[in-house]
Design a protein around this ligand. Structure first.
Ligand code: ADP
Ligand code: MG
Length: 280
């Protein structure tokens, strides 16, 4: 048999689907979250400068850096909720503006107004607002779904409690339940374990590892260097600029941490972290 001639009218291989511009080669097509050259500034000084990052699928990734390093700003830029001076954000290969529905976000607890008069169940139902449009109103099935998500984080008995009357750990669980209700593919969390007790931290980690096991991607700002190795697969070290990024096993090194924290970590502290040795 002779080689088959190209079928007339077949689309050339390089034409982008959906009429979109072809993606830059450097953006992995399947990465849950990819940032390229992202700069965010609140005034004269950039909070995040020219950051490239690629967060892997089916993984737990930590964003680590000192206070004021731009970690929360990076997450907000990844969500597309603050203006970027420059740069691109892609979620599963799509520009962020087309992909927001695939992301769930748990904000830093300190940034939330807890006096807002609303119940725990209402907070979770807010996670379902994108679905409300389908029915025009909050259906009973959606309330059931919200209750099931509260149950998954051990808060089934607290649905009618005012959010401001819950402990810090309980509030974090409710916000995780809201993220679960969204049934997203990518979960962004800003210091989810800050100010929570050990039992809540364990419960939340179990839920997050369950998300990973079901094929989701998790990216969390994480302040506790001692648990990075236990909890996470991938680490992104930032101090306004990207310092290092990669698998925890090869990237979470003393040298990278000192570069991130400006040499301010005590050697005795580093000794307790069971760090990877620098790659050859
Ligand atoms: P991190 O989460 O790593 O502690 P942030 O992203 O919150 O850091 O902040 C990075 C820098 O940007 C800090 O210097 C902070 O003071 C500044 N910043 C954060 N949010 C704002 C804002 N809304 N307006 C002005 N400056 C801000
Ligand atoms: Mg922060």
């Amino acid at each position: 048999m002779t080689a088959t001639a190209p079928i007339r009218g077949e689309a050339p291989a390089l034409v982008a689907r959906d009429g979109q511009a072809p993606r830059p080669d450097s953006v992995p097509i399947d990465a849950p979250l990819a940032l390229r050259g992202v700069t965010v500034s609140y005034g004269d000084r950039p909070a995040v400068f020219s950051v490239d990052a690629t967060f892997p699928s089916r993984a737990m990734a930590a964003i680590v850096g000192p206070n004021g390093a731009g970690k929360s700003t990076l997450l907000k830029a990844a969500l597309g909720v603050i203006p970027r001076l420059s740069g691109e954000v892609h979620v599963y290969g799509q520009p962020i503006d087309q992909a927001r529905a695939r992301i769930a976000y748990v904000p830093q607890r300190a940034s939330v107004d807890w006096d807002f008069p609303t119940t725990a169940l209402d907070v979770v139902r807010m996670g379902l607002y994108r679905r409300v449009g389908l029915f025009g109103r909050m259906s009973g099935a959606m309330t059931d779904r919200a209750r099931a998500c509260l149950d998954r984080v051990g808060m089934a008995d607290f649905g009618n409690r005012q959010i401001g009357q819950l402990s810090g750990g309980q509030q974090q669980r409710v916000f995780l339940a809201r993220a679960l209700a969204q049934d997203a593919d990518l979960y962004l969390l800003d210091e989810p374990f800050a100010g929570v007790d050990a039992a809540t931290e364990r419960a939340m980690i179990d839920v997050l590892h369950g998300l990973k096991a079901s094929g989701k991607a998790v990216v969390a700002v994480h302040h506790d260097l001692a648990t990075v190795r236990d909890y996470f697969d991938h680490v992104f070290l930032i101090n306004v600029r990207r310092i290092a990024e990669g698998p925890v096993a090869s990237t979470f090194t003393a040298a990278n941490l000192q570069a991130t924290y400006g040499g301010r970590l005590a050697a005795t502290h580093l000794d307790t972290l069971d760090l990877a040795t620098a790659a050859p």
